[in-house]
Design a protein around this ligand. Structure first.
Ligand SMILES: Nc1ncnc2c1ncn2[C@@H]1O[C@H](COP(=O)(O)OP(=O)(O)OP(=O)(O)O)[C@@H](O)[C@H]1O
Length: 315
């Protein structure tokens, strides 16, 4: 569904200055996949999305999206993809249903077909009771659902969503995700989205692609990335700071802060009993012990030494 090779984008600034926003991306996304695209501010996510959706020509490299080349056949790409950007897509002049009908007409549908498609989407996204409202009177979550409906009017095979749940309250976020998952189940739509919320990418996406500094630095299922790149953690507290320092030294690579020791291991649940026995034999008194699975932020930290949340990640 997406096949990109060596995709780059350089922006020219004043006085021969340039910004290499995307520095050579290879990416293959198969039909029906749900991919979350993550990275810190300025990593190159929007630039990549804009190139894949034909809003911006690449400086070099190639990309085929939904069977069409982005440079040679941008109209072909646009006819097969939907794009839900961060800003509201609907205007204020029409009622909700009319917005959808007008969108269908813009795609060349006859009036009857556009009206039928609008009603289908109102049902799919639970917007039917709001059909006669103006977009400006909708809540944030309802407005997001309308944006998604507008992106789906022409039955795209592939939908790009730029931060679909950002700015919504937890209940509306959960609802948006329900709709995204329903869409995939009902129509097999391929979904490529950026999200601000690492835990959403972790639990909802079957594949996570992380970009940093214009390059893809990790690509896999969330579990693969966490197992391969971050590992589990054991967190212990000891009676004294001296004991914590010794425990961290014994583990080789652990860190101590006050009386808390943090160790990275492949399988924390299996390693914990042996770890406690070894510390006990060394005369170190452990007062509490807990195991934790890594997060996607731990993956990024391992890869780059920085936290994705440090600079308010907006994937
Ligand atoms: N039109 C432009 N002109 C010059 N530089 C640009 C332009 N658009 C983006 N950039 C630069 O390219 C780099 C990548 O930007 P991009 O918007 O793709 O990042 P992002 O990962 O989407 O960031 P954010 O999460 O903050 O939206 C940044 O350094 C940005 O300043």
């Amino acid at each position: 569904m997406i096949h990109a090779r060596g995709l780059t984008r350089v922006f020219k600034l004043k006085k021969k200055e340039t910004v290499e926003a995307v520095r050579g991306i290879d990416l293959d996304v198969e039909p029906g996949q749900l991919v979350a695209f993550l990275g810190p501010n300025g990593a190159g996510k929007s630039t990549t999305l804009r190139m894949l959706t034909t809003l911006l020509p690449p400086t070099s490299g190639t990309a085929t999206v939904a069977g069409h080349d982005v440079a040679r056949d941008p109209a072909g790409v646009r006819s097969r993809i939907g794009y839900v950007g961060q800003r509201d897509s609907a205007g204020e002049d029409f009622l909700v249903r009319d917005e959808l009908v007008t969108q269908g007409r813009c795609y060349g549908m006859p009036v009857k077909e556009a009206a039928a498609r609008a009603d289908e989407l109102l049902d799919l996204l639970d917007l039917a009771p709001l059909a006669k409202r103006r977009p400006g009177t909708l809540s944030g979550g309802q407005r997001r659902r309308l944006d998604i409906a507008l992106g789906l009017v022409h039955r795209p095979d592939l939908l790009f969503l730029d931060e679909p749940s950002t700015g919504l309250d937890p209940k509306s976020r959960a609802e948006i995700w329900q709709h995204i998952l329903r869409l995939r189940e009902a129509y097999g739509t391929t979904l490529f989205l950026t999200t601000h919320y690492l835990e959403e990418a972790d639990t909802m996406a079957e594949r996570v692609v992380i970009i940093d500094n214009g390059l893809i630095i990790a690509d896999g299922t969330s579990e693969q990335l966490k197992n391969d790149l971050a590992g589990d953690h054991i967190t212990l507290t000891t009676s004294t700071e001296e004991e914590a320092r010794r425990a961290a030294e014994m583990s080789g690579g652990g860190t101590a802060a006050g009386t808390t020791v943090r160790l990275r291991v492949a399988n924390a649940a299996a390693a914990l009993p042996e770890c406690l026995r070894a510390l006990d034999s060394a005369g170190i008194k452990v007062t509490t012990a807990e195991t934790t699975r890594p997060t996607l932020d731990d993956v990024f930290l391992t890869l780059t030494g920085r936290s994705l949340t440090d600079d308010d990640i907006s994937a």
